[in-house]
Every structure is written in structure tokens, then in C-alpha cells.
Design a protein around this ligand. Sequence first.
Ligand SMILES: [Zn+2]
Length: 473
Amino acid sequence: MQNRAIDVHCHFFNLSFAFAEVLEIGWRWIHGDYPYKSDERGLPKVFVIMPPELRELAHYVASYFAAATDSPEEHYAYEERCCQKSQWHLSEPLITVPLMMDIFFMFDHGETEAQKAVMLALPEILQRDGLNAMMITEDNADRFDELAQIIKAEFIPVYEKSISARNLTPTLFAKNITTISRELDLVIADFKAGHAAEGVRTMAKSCTQTSVQMTWGYRKHLLELQNLQRDNPGTVLPFLAVDPRRIGIEELVREQVVKGAFKGVKLYPPLGYLPTHPNLYPVYRLCIEHNIPVTVHTSTGGLLSLCDTIKTQSKKKNGEIVPVTFDKKTNKSAALFFSNPANWLEILENSEFSGLHLNFAHFGGEEHISTLANQQPGEPDDSENWTLQIIGLMERFKNVYADISYCPDNDMLNYIQNIVGRYKIVQERLMFGTDYIMVMKESSLGGNLDHYFNLYTDIYPEMLNVNPAAFLG
Ligand SMILES: [Zn+2]
């Protein structure tokens, strides 16, 4: 792997995945079963009208995933094609690291701990949960259809808008809309046929010790990446999305990463949790024990929790667990609150975890990178600059890395050179990454991923292979 080029950060998910998760969030939410099942009886509950917050969620998620309509195989083939077409002139295929995403908890206020506790105490509820909560019967099929059509009606216009910039012929435009509409209908049909519920139950059962809470979109994408890895061993190294609120997540890491097809763990804190969440400690322990790399989203952009307040927890170095409340009014944004690299000090300063292979994705974000690079000599350091904070962590901890995914600025190579000139460590810790398919939203790429590769043709060679290979172990 040492001489092969690696894209350490990409995504092969799509709009259908996002639609399935939003549909499950919505169906559970209007029954009081979100994110955990509220009782074990499975009795029909009062159906409230589709609340405006759910429409907002559907619209927001759709806008984030609108560019991604291909299957994981097609995404992978496209990325390889673009790399071959670029000025890189590689003799061997690019090694890709597709990262999963877990968006199911982005609507969770954190006030359902009691429901979660019941499910934990009675694992059979969890076993039945997938089946009961997502079972669409004759009695409730109309209501499910109503909900599904409302959510679909939020998705389609967003997709239409996203492809309207592509100058398609009216026929091709209409064909694209029909295709995506059919794909969303297939997701709806899956739920109605009970596939979602059955699939969720099968997965939960396959876990040896405890049950794992599964949602349909998450499970489906997990299986897709398993297959893609199996068909492309050595060039597809997927990372499992870990959210500490998903019941049984430690077990899932054991099954899918320690023993399975997944190479590493992906965290996405701005969806509403801190890296010090107590449930992540057992995961970090597995990562240390089995040399598993962790990539964490670290920029002020990206998908954010839509909750105005979130109740969560943080576990300190000394083992103390403290309640934490995020409030949009005082904490400004979920990104600033949850993604701050300084949140990792409690983990890395803990001698048990100081050797964690940790990648701060996006290197703090393009804004922070350019600000640091443009700093004038003699100007005082800005301790709030995330790129600088990450460099500080690289200097202190031997396995801290960063990637420059989703940095399509034309001046990026100059910025990197400038930063390496001042902070030598960056040359051995920074890694190349694209953030395909997310980066395709950038109009500067003109819909061609090869432009992104071309931007980085003259990048330090170690950032393409030596550093990522060391990070991946
Ligand atoms: Zn990403």
C-alpha cells in the first residue's frame, strides 16, 4: 500500500439512503418511537399531523444528498475513472476509503434516555423493535403512504433544482426525475413489504452478545459497502459510521470492523454528540486494541443537528460523567460546539487513548486553513484557529493526522506549502482526500471530479500514500 495513491475520505452513499432514514425517523417520530421505541406492546398510537419540523428535516437532508443518486458501485467506478482521466497518471487503481454516515439521530434532543433504558434492560424489545415499529399493516398503510408522499414531495424538488444546473435536454431532465422518483418508490415499497422490518431483525439477531439497533437505510448502506469491499479487496477500505446513541454500537464495531469488512470508524459529532460521549469509550478501547483508525468530521460546514437544544453527556479523563446541554442560542452552532478539535483533549490526554489513530477530516476546514496560511509574520497565533489546534495535537500525539478533503480552493497547494514551511510535522501527517460525492456540490469543479485530482497533482507525495498508509495501519 506504501506506493499506491489513497483517497482517505470519500462517500459512496446516495439519496435513497437518506430518504430511507428520513422516512424511518418520520414514521417513528409521529408514533412517539423516535429514536427509541417507547413501549413494548406495539399498540397503535395517535397519529399526529406531519409536523413542520419533519418537513424541514426532509428538505435539509435532501439538499445535502441531492448530488448523490448513483449506486455505491457506480460511485466507486466514477471516482476511479476520474482519477485515471486526471493528470496524476497512476499506473494502478486509486485506493478509496468510503466513509459511512449515520444520520438517524440528527433529530434527537437527547431526552429519551428513559425509553433507551427500557430497551437496554429488556433486549427482546430491541429484537422486536425493528419488526414492530416498522411493520406496515393494512390498518396503517394509508397513513404510511401519506407520510411517505409528503417526505418524497420535499425530496423531488430539491433534486430537480440540483440537476437544473447541468443543462440537460428536457427529455434527459424528465428521465432523471422519473428514475429518482422510482428509486424513492422502491424504498417506500421495501418498508411496506416488511423488508425493512425483517432486515433489521435479521441484523440484530446476527450479533452474538447484545442486540444492535438497526435502521433500514443505515443497514442497507452497510451491506452495500460490505459487498463493494468484497468485490474490490485492497482498493475499497470502508469505514463504519458510529453514533454513540445507536444501541449496541460497540457490538457492531466488534462485528463489522474487528472481524468484518470495515477498516475503520467514522464519527460525525455535529449531528449531536461530543467525542467524549461515554458510549464511545468502549469503541476507542477496541480501536486501540486492534489498531483501528478513526476519522472525525472537523469543519464548520457539513450536515448539522437541527435541534435547538440537545441534552447529552461527556466523560472526563478521571472517569467522571457530566451532563452537557447544547443550546443554539448561546452555543451558536452545533458545528462550533461539537466539532471543536479541543473537545478531543480529554481523550488524547488520557494515557489509555493517546496512541489513537485519529484523522481530523478537512483539517479544520478551508476557512481555517487559508486564515492560518495567510497569517502575516509577527501576527499573534489565533488559538481559536482549528487548523492550528490540530497541528498542536499532531505535535503532541504520535498518531494524529488530518485530511484535506472538501478543499477545492485553487490556492490550496500554496496554503499547504506555507503551513508545512512553518510546521514540519504537517508534512508527515496531512493526507489527501476528496470528499467525493459531497464535494461535487462545488460549482468550481463543473461536475468533474478529475478537476479535484488535478488541483492536487503536485501535492507532497507522502500525503498520497505514506501518511495515509501509516494512519490506516
Ligand atoms: Zn465527508
